[in-house]
Write a protein that binds this ligand. Structure first.
Ligand SMILES: Nc1nc2c(ncn2[C@@H]2O[C@H](COP(=O)(O)OP(=O)(O)OP(=O)(O)O)[C@@H](O)[C@H]2O)c(=O)[nH]1
Ligand SMILES: [Mg+2]
Length: 324
């Protein structure tokens, strides 16, 4: 049984497959569609085929380093066979993408058994941190957990009110400080509130400034220190919220934040507007950070867990019917 056939079989047995697949409609149409078109244009794995494949992978935001690596591997391996079919090449491609993502195991989300679980949301301006706080709150509430928000973005005018509005809509308490005040003070207050009120999940919205790396590092390390002082092991998770539409720039953002703080995972937002899901593979390869969730819109229910098989299946679904 080929890799694609196996992927199809395991994925068709998965519960809630529609939920997992819904985030990759654009990737399916765009990357899957572009690969499909290649079948009609090229015979075998030759230079033109590999050149076109590189372009298609770059358009999906896999990044130049990985696109070259995948194509080189495909070129070398194809030399071992006399007759290389399109189906073989597609199996090799999708399997290689899976292998790259799985080079390092995904770390599971950490939950604190003995009190509130503290989650820091970080990322550049406009990436979707505040909206993602609302989405995560709705998800955890659905799971029967109690949630609170820490409005630790004291930097941008209006940021506190934006989170407070979500708090009101979702019935989530919001711990606020003064605008332009010290965000670490908000973290301290929020941790204390969470302990006193038996809150399960404390979501901390932070300011997304990247202009000054040293400033960012100092601010984040102070917030880390004070959280750890209040609640053992806090922050238990530090997630980078990344706008999928920013392309390979997202990779350098992830690198800077990863140097400034100890990131534990990624949330990729705005996947409803782009087919650039390939960044998932390049971030995992470069920084060993898993994607936990993807954002698919502006409402609290527009969050989905990320599933690698769903992504790979979406890209290859149409290929399965056509390849011969
Ligand atoms: N289409 C779409 N829009 C999103 C998604 N996530 C966030 N947005 C929108 O992106 C814009 C910025 O989102 P915010 O949550 O305010 O981003 P932020 O990172 O908190 O921004 P700052 O507070 O300025 O640092 C808003 O208009 C959101 O509605 C998503 O998954 N899909
Ligand atoms: Mg915000």
């Amino acid at each position: 049984m080929s890799f694609l056939d196996k992927l199809k079989e395991t994925f068709s047995r998965k519960d809630d497959r529609a939920i997992y697949l819904s985030g990759f409609k654009k990737s399916k149409d765009s990357l899957g569609g572009a690969l499909n078109e290649m079948k009609l244009k090229y015979k075998g794995v030759n230079d033109e085929f590999l050149e076109q494949l590189t372009i298609v992978l770059l358009e999906a935001d896999v990044g130049i380093e990985l696109a070259d690596m995948i194509c080189e591997k495909l070129r070398e391996t194809s030399k071992l066979y006399v007759n290389v079919t399109f189906k073989w090449a597609m199996n090799f491609l999708i399997q290689t993408m899976q292998e790259i993502y799985q080079e390092t195991p995904d770390k599971p989300i950490v939950y604190n058994e003995n009190g509130p679980t503290v989650i820091f949301m970080e990322g550049v301006n406009g990436s979707g941190k505040t909206t993602t706080c609302a989405k995560l709150a709705a998800m955890y509430q659905m799971q029967g957990k109690t949630v609170a928000f820490a409005a630790a973005d004291t930097f941008r005018a209006g940021a506190i009110d934006q989170l407070a509005e979500w708090g009101e809509r979702l019935n989530v308490p919001v711990i606020k400080g003064r605008e332009n005040g010290d965000p670490s003070a908000v973290i301290v207050d929020a941790c204390r509130y969470a302990k006193e009120h038996q809150i399960d999940i404390l979501l901390c919205d932070t300011a997304g400034r990247l202009q000054n790396k040293q400033g960012l590092m100092n601010e984040l390390s102070k917030m880390n220190r004070v959280a750890a002082r209040e609640i053992e092991g806090a922050p238990h998770n530090t997630w980078l919220v990344l706008d999928a539409t920013t392309g390979q720039n997202g990779l350098s953002q992830a690198e800077i934040f990863d140097q400034a703080t100890d990131l534990s995972g990624i949330i990729l937002t705005k996947m409803d507007g782009t087919a650039k899901g390939g960044i998932i593979i390049s971030i995992k390869h470069r920084l060993h950070l898993p994607v936990y969730f993807i954002g698919l819109g502006e409402q609290p229910q527009d969050l989905r867990p990320f599933d690698l098989d769903a992504y790979l299946y979406s890209i290859s679904e149409d290929l399965q019917d056509h390849v011969g």
